[in-house]
Ligand binder design. Structure first.
Ligand SMILES: [Zn+2]
Length: 405
C-alpha cells in the first residue's frame, strides 16, 4: 500500500516537473474565450492603484536583489530524486491513518451540524498529521547544542568559518559552543545548513531549518507549498488547500495550522513584509497576516509600493517564463483571486473593529480565535460578526445596550 502511495507521489512529481513541455489538458481554452484581460491593477494597503516601477535608489536596488535571492530558496526543493529519497523517512502509513481519522471526525461533525462541507478536507488533515509527526518525532529544536564528547551543556563563544565539508553541505555559517565541563573543554560546532536534504540527516535547528525541511517534506508529499519570508525575522510556509481552495498558513515551529493572526494579535508583533515564494513566483501576502495596518503594520520603507510590485512581477515572470500559456493564464487567475481574498481580509477586520466599538458589543476572546472561520464564512458578507451572545449578527447602527441581554 505504502509502496503504491510512494509510486503515485513520484509519478505525480515527474508529471508536475514536465508540466511546461506536456500539452495542458485545457490547451484549447483560448479558442473558446475572449482575449485574456489584463490583470487588475494592484491595490496597495491604501487601495491606491499602482503602476509597477523599477527601483532607482540604492536601498530599493538592494531590496530587489535580496528578494531575488530569497526567491531561490523554495527552488532548492524541486528535485524529484531527492524528494523521493526524503519521503522514505516519512512514516506514511501512520500519517495517512491519522489524517483519515481526523478527516472522518470532521465529516461527522459537519453532518451533525447540517453543514454541506466539513471544515477541513483530507489533505488539510494530512498536513496537520505530517506536522505533528515532524514536531514530535522527527526534528528537534536547538538553542545551544550539547557537547558531543560528554553530553554537558555548552556556551556560545562566537562564529566560525565553515569547513570544506560543511560548505559542501550548504552551511553558510557555523556557530561555535564551548563545553561547560572544565576538564572536557570540547568545542562543539553548529553549522547552519540551508539544504533541506542535508537537514533530513541532521534533523535539528531553529526556525530556518525547521521551516526549510518541513516545506520540502510537504513538496515530497505532492503538495503545493510556499516559503514565507517575514522581514521581522521569522519564516513559515503556506500550503494550497484543495478543499478550502486557498493558501493556508502553516507554522511548523509553532505547530499552527491556519492561524495567520498568530504573529500580530497573538504575539503582539508589528510586521512590515510577508512575502511568499514558490516555484510559481512571489506574492506579497502581508495582508493575510496583518489585518489592521494601523495597529500591527510595520514600516514598509525598503522600497516604494510600486517598486515592490515591480519586483514581484519580475520574479513571477522569471518563474513562469517557460510555462505553457494556459498554465500562465491559470496562475494569473489565481493571483487575481488571492488579491481579492486579501483585500477582503482587511474589510472583514475593519467590520469586526467597527462592531467592537459599538455600545454593548463585546468581542469575546473566543470570537478572535474564531475570527478566521468568520472571515472565511463571511467572504460574501464582510459585515457578519459574532455578537455578544455568541450569535452571528450584523452591526446595527440602531443597536442599544439593552438589546444585548
Ligand atoms: Zn564536554
Amino acid at each position: 500500500m505504502t509502496k503504491r502511495f510512494r509510486r503515485v507521489l513520484s509519478t505525480k512529481r515527474m508529471n508536475d516537473l514536465s508540466r511546461s513541455s506536456s500539452p495542458a489538458p485545457y490547451s484549447d481554452f483560448h479558442d473558446y474565450h475572449e482575449p485574456i484581460p489584463p490583470p487588475p491593477s494592484y491595490n496597495s494597503i491604501r487601495n491606491i492603484p499602482l503602476v509597477p516601477t523599477a527601483p532607482t535608489d540604492a536601498r530599493a536596488i538592494r531590496f530587489r536583489s535580496m528578494l531575488h535571492t530569497l526567491a531561490n530558496m523554495p527552488m532548492n526543493w524541486e528535485n524529484p530524486g531527492l524528494l523521493d529519497e526524503a519521503l522514505r523517512s516519512v512514516p506514511l502509513e501512520r500519517i495517512y491513518a491519522e489524517a483519515d481519522e481526523e478527516s472522518q471526525i470532521n465529516q461527522a461533525e459537519a453532518a451533525s451540524l447540517g453543514h454541506q462541507e466539513p471544515k477541513l478536507g483530507y489533505q488539510d488533515c494530512l498536513i496537520k498529521a505530517l506536522m505533528k509527526w515532524f514536531r514530535g518525532s522527527f526534528f528537534s529544536w536547538v538553542n545551544n547544542p550539547y557537547c558531543a564528547t560528554c553530553g554537558s551543556p555548552t556556551q556560545g563563544v562566537g562564529m566560525g568559518a565553515p569547513s570544506d565539508e560543511e560548505k559542501a553541505h550548504g552551511a553558510n555559517s557555523v556557530e561555535i559552543y564551548k563545553c561547560s565541563l572544565a576538564q572536557c573543554g570540547h568545542f562543539e560546532r553548529f553549522p547552519r545548513y540551508n539544504d533541506a536534504f542535508v537537514l533530513m540527516t541532521t534533523r535539528r535547528g531553529r526556525v530556518g531549518e525547521w521551516t526549510n525541511c518541513f516545506g520540502m517534506l510537504c513538496r515530497a508529499m505532492g503538495l503545493r507549498v510556499r516559503w514565507i519570508w517575514n522581514s521581522e525575522d521569522h519564516v513559515w510556509v503556506e500550503i494550497f488547500s484543495t478543499h478550502q481552495k486557498r493558501w493556508v498558513h502553516v507554522d511548523p515551529c509553532e505547530g499552527r495550522f491556519d492561524q495567520p493572526r498568530l504573529y500580530t494579535q497573538g504575539w503582539g508583533r508589528k510586521l512590515s513584509y510577508c512575502i511568499a515564494f514558490s516555484r510559481d513566483g512571489a506574492t506579497d501576502v502581508t495582508r493575510r497576516y496583518v489585518r489592521n495596518f494601523k495597529k500591527h503594520g510595520g514600516d514598509r520603507i525598503r522600497c516604494t509600493e510600486p517598486t515592490l510590485l515591480y519586483v514581484i512581477e519580475e520574479i513571477r515572470n522569471l518563474r513562469r517564463r517557460d510555462l505553457a500559456k494556459p498554465e500562465k493564464f491559470r496562475l494569473k487567475g489565481e493571483d487575481m483571486k488571492e488579491d481579492k481574498e486579501l483585500a477582503q481580509n482587511i474589510a472583514i477586520d475593519l467590520a469586526l473593529e467597527l462592531c467592537q466599538s459599538l455600545p454593548g458589543a463585546v468581542l469575546v476572546p473566543e470570537t478572535r480565535s474564531k475570527a478566521e472561520e468568520a472571515g472565511q464564512a463571511a467572504q460574501n458578507d464582510p459585515t457578519r460578526v459574532r455578537g455578544p451572545n455568541g450569535a452571528t449578527s450584523r452591526p446595527n447602527p440602531h443597536h442599544r445596550p439593552e438589546d444585548q441581554r
